[in-house]
Write a new protein. Structure first.
Length: 183
């Protein structure tokens, strides 16, 4: 793994899951002071310069992080599990179909329960099959689920779009999920 990826993972962990591990506080929308984050990471054994941090933000393939306009604050755009952070994203009308990549081993449980956020705050849905495939491939050979977002939306489910293009919902009931044929 290259150095920027290692740093990106360390920063993701603090900003999404474990601010306490670096001894930093996130505000209600997930923002953290950059100087506090760097000091906290250094205390925890990962020394990162402001320039490296900016490079991580700039080069993140999924635009995982956002810096405030003045550069003083940073947050993860989505993916949180930490208590007390609520992204205030507006409700949006989704495209008629969305996709979710998962592992074959999860299918029977998903068929019964639908998609649940598991340890995160939301279920993450992708706008295209290629992205869903990459997400699912993190767990081995991916299985792609097609989500009938139009029907869900009509039924009153709230959809939000993160700043980096991930669609977020509280859950997806089984009746809106269809497994796509594997290619
Ligand atoms: C599965 C990455 C059994 C779900 C990606 C997934 C994404 C169930 C896993 C972001 C289930 C949760 C999120 C049920 C859901 N029974 N399994 N009822 N409901 N699952 O990592 O969507 O690189 O929390 O299918 O790109 O895989 O980190 O969610 O396999 O955007 O920036 O439970 O993480 O972004 O896993 O990935 P995750 P995800 P980063």
């Amino acid at each position: 793994m290259d150095e920027l990826t290692t740093l990106s993972k360390a920063i993701s962990r603090v900003l999404r899951h474990r601010p306490d591990a670096a001894g930093v506080m996130l505000d209600k929308e997930g923002w953290c002071r950059v100087d506090e984050l760097l000091a906290g990471l250094a205390r925890a054994g990962t020394v990162v310069s402001v320039e490296q941090l900016r490079e991580v933000v700039r080069t993140s393939d999924k635009r995982r992080f956002a810096l405030s306009d003045d550069g003083q604050l940073i947050r993860a755009n989505q993916g949180h599990s930490v208590q007390g952070v609520t992204l205030r994203l507006p409700a949006r009308t989704p495209p008629s179909r969305l996709f979710h990549g998962t592992a074959a081993a999860s299918l029977s449980s998903i068929a019964k329960q639908g998609l649940l956020p598991m340890r995160r705050h939301h279920v993450h849905l992708s706008p295209d099959v290629a992205t869903a495939t990459a997400v699912g491939a993190r767990r081995g050979k991916p299985v792609i689920l097609e989500i009938d977002a139009a029907s869900m939306h009509r039924a009153g489910h709230k959809f939000m779009l993160s700043d980096n293009g991930v669609w977020l919902v509280d859950a997806v009931p089984p009746q809106y999920i269809r497994a796509m044929p594997t290619r």
